[in-house]
Design a protein around this ligand. Structure first.
Ligand code: PYC
Length: 310
């Protein structure tokens, strides 16, 4: 299996160039579902220890069905598929450029939730125009054991997010364990209360929001991903959900920049415009770096060929 590893603002992506499972025919969303339902061992083997670690996001490269697209990509983490993934899209185009497969400039990428446009503005820098994003529910109040009442919004940015400024501790690197525990408790409380996104969709990302810690920043976040790892980057789809909420509240005008800091201090520059239907179309600008180009090996006799799992 041929892979290229990269990180985008600290968050790792493993781009799988060859050696992935046969997913049959159907839409990319159907094939993404099949990847996780029928090939869970593949996802775990590729992403988890001893070959990876639980923060890694996989990007399975497939031929596009639309000839106007440079590639089709299915994003997945160790526990399931992701509809879209901002950091992995930036990582994918930077990796494809590193391989000499694409040049600088505009590229269209098919994802399970729709086509996104990426402008590779430099070998390590790209701007992703995400799918239209929206706030689904405002000021949802949750009773969270150990935290009391927590109020937040539910929004879609290519994945489902619960966004709240009710952080139990400061958004500091040293508090990552406490933030992870608190975000997991919120996720459990959402499940227990039966609160979902549209059409009963699981809200599988939790985003704490707070004040920036640098003069150029506008906000800082901490994002818990579905497998329980935290996003080292400001989370492209989480930023899209955040932009949808800012736009809804009239707190950010179209075209104006918003510098979003992650919990490790890395940044994305965010902007949005409205499409012809008035929907918020986010733009996420960030930097990625290739860290490895390798062949993954899975020996039959390896007791951990399908990853280290409970
Ligand atoms: O950048 O959209 C993102 C993302 C989702 C999960 C991890 N990163």
């Amino acid at each position: 299996m041929q892979i290229v590893d990269s990180h985008t603002a600290g968050e790792p992506t493993r781009l799988i160039l060859s050696g992935g499972p046969e997913l049959g025919v159907g839409t990319l969303a159907q094939r993404a579902e099949r990847l996780v339902q029928d090939h869970g061992d593949f996802c775990a083997a590729v992403l988890l220890e001893p070959r990876g670690h639980d923060a890694m996001v996989g990007a399975l490269l497939l031929p596009p069905t639309d000839p106007a697209c440079a590639a089709a990509v299915i994003y997945f983490n160790p526990v399931g598929p992701l509809g879209m993934c901002g950091h992995a899209t930036i990582g994918t185009v930077v990796s494809l450029h590193h391989l000499g497969r694409i040049g600088l400039g505009l590229h269209r990428i098919e994802t399970p939730v729709g086509v996104v446009e990426v402008d590779l503005v430099a070998p390590n820098r790209a701007v992703v125009e995400n799918v239209p994003s929206y706030r689904f529910a405002q000021d949802v109040v949750l009773d969270v054991p150990g935290q009391g009442l927590v109020t937040g919004d539910v929004a879609w940015g290519g994945n489902w997010f619960f966004l709240t400024t009710d952080c139990p501790v400061a958004l500091d690197f040293d508090n990552i364990d406490a933030l992870t525990r608190a975000a997991k408790a919120i996720r459990r409380a959402l499940l227990d209360a039966g609160i979902t996104g549209a059409h009963g969709a699981d809200i599988d990302h939790i985003e704490f929001l707070g004040a920036p810690q640098t003069p150029q920043g506008h906000g800082r976040n901490f994002v818990l991903c579905p497998g329980g790892a935290y996003d080292r980057s400001p989370c492209g789809t989480g930023c899209s959900a955040k932009l949808a909420c800012l736009a809804e509240e009239g707190l950010l005008e179209p075209g104006m920049p918003w510098v979003q800091e992650s919990i490790i201090g890395s940044t994305y520059i965010l902007r949005y415009h409205r499409d012809t239907q008035g929907a918020v179309v986010p733009r996420i600008e960030g930097e990625a770096h290739v860290t490895a180009q390798a062949t993954l090996l899975f020996e039959d006799t390896d007791p951990y060929r399908a990853g280290i799992r409970a």
